[in-house]
Write a protein that binds this ligand. Structure first.
Ligand SMILES: [Zn+2]
Length: 436
């Protein structure tokens, strides 16, 4: 993998660049489309390509459980298996190992995850307030306010705390120095991930860019716990890197993950330690509130070496994309565009709309008059409204094409505005209209 910077913005953080992999290049900043189980839900790879996506991120946890790493390996790897021949990423599976066990126990998707598109949304109400993809999608709508209330009160909640159900105090993810024991979301069986195991699975899946195994905490975890988890993440990063160097046969690039929650000294310490390791790039982990995009992300990127790419995990709200890019992020991934699409929530330049609203039943205009996607080029709002009301499968496909096109191309427009020296003007105009 090669990374080059084409242009830097005057603020010393934002940059335009290019990541080159053996499966093609990614012009950055870029939004990476999530294909959790080696498929972007409801879309063919040709549709994903046509809407402008440059790369796909699949999920290690899900592919490990189903169909399993042996099948992934025998298939010839992720690209061949899913027929996507552009660049690919896999995350480490850590976040799901920490958070998903409880979903099985609760027999409903009470706790989803940022890359599990089967989870309930639970994010629409929170998203515009700026909470991140990750926090929103770790819980259902009903339990989210509870979480926010309790986290404010106690200021101590960790992701591990989320693994307690109300009626069963058994903890489903056990963290030890060696790794994490967790239950399968599919059948409740017990599994154990170590840093070495996570990298081994990611080698078998075969994505171009893979991530070191980390411990995910809530942004509201106490300082003491964040410090403990961060130190462990650093030791796991070293083990991930050592295992990768000894066993990497496919030319895969490994990104280290910076943790440290919302604490400036921890974030800077983590960026320094991870930044000094011989990774090909970096992921910035942990969950983020709106303001963290301008604080924590900036602290980290001021410390990380400039010549390597940085990926912000699980962020996809428009305002956060601008904020992340302004503060030195090169790539993002998030399930939100496709997840909300399947519920009839569509992006427009004037903010999000719900196509199930009665006013769209007889609306023969485009969903977004300024959108050039396949859906808006060929179909009216009335037709989309009809498909959703009739519960037709095409509804998910057409809505997902539109939402992904909107977000992927928004980031491309941001890139163009940076090259033209008009980033801040573009940002102000977009946000003023979208959030009015
Ligand atoms: Zn469109």
């Amino acid at each position: 993998m090669k990374f080059s910077i084409e242009k830097e913005l005057g603020n010393g953080r934002a940059r335009v660049g290019k990541i080159e992999t053996t499966h093609g290049s990614i012009e950055t900043p870029a939004f990476i489309v999530v294909g959790t189980k080696a498929t972007v839900k409801s879309l063919s790879p040709e549709q994903v390509n046509t809407l402008g996506a440059q790369a796909v991120l699949a999920n290690t946890y899900h592919l490990y459980l189903q169909p399993g790493e042996e099948i992934m390996k025998k298939s010839g790897g992720l690209h061949k298996f899913m027929n996507w021949h552009g660049p690919t990423f896999t995350d480490s599976g850590g976040f799901q190992a920490f958070s998903l066990g409880a979903a099985f126990n609760n027999s409903a998707s009470k706790i989803g995850d940022r890359n599990n598109e089967d989870g309930k949304i639970g994010s629409a109400d929170l998203h515009h307030k700026g909470t991140s993809c990750l926090i929103n999608q770790t819980m259902s709508r009903s339990e989210a306010p509870l979480f926010l209330a309790s986290s404010k009160k106690k200021d101590l909640l960790t992701v591990s705390d989320l693994n307690f159900s109300e009626h069963n105090q058994e903890k489903f993810a056990k963290v030890t120095e060696d790794g994490v024991e967790f239950r399968s979301v599919l059948d409740g069986s017990t599994h154990f991930f170590t840093p070495e195991k996570s990298i081994e699975i990611q080698h078998n899946i075969g994505a171009d860019i893979i991530f070191a195994f980390d411990e995910c905490t809530s942004p509201h975890a106490s300082y003491e716990y964040q410090k403990e988890a961060m130190d462990r993440t650093h030791r796991w990063a070293k083990r991930s890197l050592d295992y990768h160097k000894e066993n990497n046969e496919g030319g895969q690039a490994l990104f280290g993950i910076v943790q440290g929650g919302r604490y400036e000294d921890l974030r800077k310490e983590s960026a320094k330690i991870i930044g000094e390791m011989d990774f090909d790039g970096f992921g910035i982990g942990g969950s983020f509130d709106k303001e963290d995009i301008y604080t924590a992300v900036g602290w980290v990127n001021d410390v990380l070496p400039k010549g390597k790419p940085r990926h912000l995990l699980g962020i996809g709200e428009p305002v956060d994309l601008f904020g992340g890019i302004e503060n030195g992020i090169d790539t993002f991934d998030c399930v939100t565009p496709t997840r909300i699409a399947r519920n009839g929530s569509l992006y427009t330049r004037d903010g999000r709309i719900n196509i199930l609203n009665a006013k769209y039943v007889g609306d023969f205009t485009k969903v977004d008059s300024e959108c050039s996607c396949y859906t808006c080029t060929n179909y009216t709002a009335a037709y989309l409204s009809h498909l959703f009301r009739a519960k037709e499968m095409m509804a998910a496909t057409l809505a997902s094409i539109h939402n992904l096109y909107f977000i992927v191309n928004l980031v491309k427009e941001i890139r163009a505005s940076m090259l033209e020296g008009e980033f801040f003007e573009f940002k102000e105009a977009f946000i003023k209209r979208y959030y009015k």
